[in-house]
Design a protein around this ligand. Structure first.
Ligand code: ATP
Ligand code: MG
Length: 357
């Protein structure tokens, strides 16, 4: 299989961890006779420095002409005082818009060997395997007006929560498709007792559910869902929800099983290409020291193979390799626990490569 991957290392630890993921992909290429072409682009602070914009046109074109995009992370103190349009995060918001990435997919899986780094007791998280589907381009983060205003003669502020039926339907459809490939259970999270947009969301979910008779749909109010995620996370498989609820719940879900440095994500559109990135940021405090955890980015590369290239076997081999390395006791500093061995970023990558045979 011949495919082109746009690689956007970004800032901070981005280049180190992306390098690690590419090395792992190269081993997959060799072992399975695939040919991936990697073309690099600038995004974020480095793009501001080099091209004068956090998302130069040539990066947009590169992404649009690729089969998938692998991103590290953007941002850092160096660029924090720039005017808003020049801030690194604007690059990320803009690429999501340019590529119409309407859903963010975040799997959270349990790693037995990391159970000690979870804030929850092992019996609560043992076997957790859930998948959050968050709507990414609508809702209160984008509704207009969003401004300071006057309310009853007093100063105030307004934000607007808007969803079209089409925006709701496409993300729900995606979630049902994903649920079909998993344990066929989907929890749609809303606040339908209060919000009209949530009542529309619920109606749409019930409508779509008719097309997927083998998937069981349950509705849950967001406040209850936030509690249930901590009390009994094993009850969940696919969770689908709107933008703001998904932002909050997916961060909550990500701490169930361990470190920020472990969790991958995919952002998808109607037609592709999709974008893959670790959920953590650019970690400027540890950049350039060869101590960052590369596993979230390596697992993002595995998601890329599975979702964009339909290479399930290859994706599963990477995930198995990551598990094996953890079982063997290798740890970057963020996931250290008693009786384990501290390794650097590059050593961790080497260990993963060794496990792919
Ligand atoms: P952003 O706003 O870009 O999401 P953030 O403020 O959430 O960034 P991160 O960059 O994710 O922050 O870092 C949060 C903390 O987690 C930092 O102390 C960082 O060093 C640590 N961290 C993040 N990613 C990793 C990683 N891959 N390996 C080790 N530590 C990490
Ligand atoms: Mg963050």
């Amino acid at each position: 299989m011949k495919k082109k991957i746009a690689v956007l290392p970004g800032d901070g630890i981005g280049p180190e961890i992306v390098q690690g993921a590419i090395e792992v992909l190269r081993v997959i290429e060799e072992n399975f006779q695939h040919e991936f072409e990697y073309e690099f682009g600038n995004i974020g602070g480095n793009a501001v420095d080099i091209d004068g914009s956090p998302l130069p046109d040539k990066t947009i074109n590169l992404c649009k002409n690729s089969d998938a995009i692998l991103l590290g992370a953007v941002g850092g103190p160096k660029w924090e005082t720039l005017p808003v349009p020049l801030r690194p995060e604007q690059g990320l918001l803009k690429i999501r818009k340019e590529l119409n990435l309407f859903a963010n997919l975040r799997p959270t899986t349990y790693y037995e060997s990391l159970a000690g780094s979870s804030p929850l007791r092992q019996e609560i998280i043992e076997g957790v395997d859930l998948f959050v589907v968050r709507e990414l381009t609508g809702g209160i983060y984008f509704g207009k007006p969003s401004e300071r205003t006057t309310i009853n003669g007093q100063s105030g502020a307004v934000d607007t929560l808007v969803y079209s039926k089409e925006e709701i339907t496409r993300v729900l459809e995606k979630a049902f498709e994903i649920a079909q490939t998993r344990s066929k259970k989907i929890t749609s999270v809303d606040k339908a007792n209060v919000l009209e947009s949530s009542r529309l969301w619920r109606e749409c979910a019930n409508e779509i559910a008719k097309k997927y008779p083998d998937v069981s749909l349950e509705h849950m109010l967001v406040d209850n869902a936030a509690m249930q995620l901590i009390r009994n996370p094993k009850q969940f498989d696919v969770i689908v929800t709107e933008n703001m609820f998904g932002d909050i719940l997916s961060d909550e879900a990500s701490v169930l099983t361990g470190s920020l440095g472990m969790l991958p994500s995919a952002s998808i559109s109607e037609s592709g290409p999709y974008l893959y990135e670790p959920i953590h940021g650019s970690a400027p405090d540890i950049a350039g020291q060869n101590i960052a955890n590369p596993l979230a980015t390596i697992l993002s590369a595995a998601m890329l193979l599975r979702v964009s290239f339909q290479l399930e076997e290859e994706a599963a081999i990477i995930e198995k390799a990551v598990n094996a390395v953890l079982d063997n006791g290798f740890r970057t500093r963020d996931i250290i626990s008693p009786n384990t061995k501290i390794v650097s970023t590059t050593e961790m990558v080497e260990e993963v490569k060794k496990e792919i045979v």
